[in-house]
Design a protein around this ligand. Structure first.
Ligand code: SF4
Ligand code: SF4
Length: 295
């Protein structure tokens, strides 16, 4: 199974399908290729996939990321992505059993869609992104030889992808926007990628971040807002807003009065400290025998 749910990077150029288009496919437990796709797993995870899986497995997102994923770069700019971990020797998904997927009801979006691929793209002249679909035909998958015909819309409904698409949609928009902003503002900083990783994938660490004093001093949120952060999905959606605010300056979260000035003041202190250090280093260069401890 090779399925990338992020905006497409695949070298394949398959025919584009829309919701009304018909596909011929079926998959069931006694099919001859049962589990073959999970033995060739290449599953990119989206934020809501991680929430479903970490809840299913009863662990924090931080633990889940450590135990069940591997990092990779989603594009040439180095945007961080995560894939489901497989066995070391072969690409066998660690969540696969002889009876099938051990997390079936909470399987990731890419597994639900397979062999349909979701392609989110934003043509330069379009106001928002467009969604298309494609059919991925891999030799190991015999489901394409089955007689059943259904539309892409019916397949999506059968596989329960709508909830996933709904909760991942804003994230795809952020990726597309970050990509399109890239070349004009240079390579994104490592800090912006760390922030993207935190808000996208590690909801439990994001919760810790929102509980810090510096976060509370910066944003003017109510106790009701903070209580809502106990819910993973609500916090994920807040994380999307936070990313848009921090990365693109789209202000939707109110700042505390004076918070911005305070941050600029702190920044000024750092810049002044750096300046003093540079003066000192310059002075030492001119007088190499003077100890830094001497006045
Ligand atoms: S999560 Fe489940 S469906 Fe997806 S590759 Fe792993 S075993 Fe297969
Ligand atoms: S038909 Fe395709 S999707 Fe279904 S088990 Fe076989 S390889 Fe996997």
């Amino acid at each position: 199974m090779s399925q990338d749910m992020s905006p497409p990077q695949s070298p394949l150029v398959p025919a584009l399908l829309d919701l009304d288009d018909t596909i011929q496919f079926n998959c069931y437990q006694v099919i001859s290729c049962f589990n073959a796709c999970c033995k060739q797993a290449d599953i990119t995870l989206a934020p809501y996939d991680i929430i479903r899986l970490k809840q299913r497995l009863g662990m924090s997102s931080t633990e889940f990321l450590k135990k069940h994923t591997v990092p990779f770069e989603m594009d040439a700019s180095g945007m961080p992505g995560v894939k489901l971990r497989t066995t070391d020797e072969e690409p066998v998904c660690l969540l696969m059993t002889d009876q099938g997927c051990s997390v079936y009801a909470d399987r990731p979006s890419a597994c639900r869609y397979y062999p349909v691929g979701l392609m989110a793209m934003r043509p330069s002249d379009a106001p928002s992104e467009e969604h298309h679909y494609c059919l991925v035909e891999e030799p190991h998958c015999k489901g394409h030889q089955e007689a059943r015909k259904l539309t892409v819309a019916e397949y999506r409904q059968e596989q329960g992808v709508e909830e996933y698409d709904e909760l991942n949609r804003e994230w795809y928009q952020i990726i597309l926007k970050k990509r399109s902003a890239g070349p004009s503002v240079g390579k994104p900083s490592p800090t912006s990628f760390q922030f993207f990783f935190l808000c996208s994938y590690d909801v439990d660490r994001l919760r810790e971040f929102t509980a810090t004093q510096s976060f509370r001093n910066t944003y003017a949120l109510s106790e009701e807002d903070y209580a809502g952060f106990g819910d993973d999905v609500s916090l994920l959606q807040f994380g999307y807003r936070l990313m848009k605010q921090v990365l693109f300056g789209e202000e939707s979260i109110p700042l505390r009065e004076g918070a911005l000035e305070e941050r600029i003041e702190k920044r000024r202190d750092i810049i002044e400290a750096r300046r003093q250090l540079e003066i000192e280093m310059h002075r030492q260069k001119q007088d190499p025998y003077q100890s830094p401890c001497e006045g």
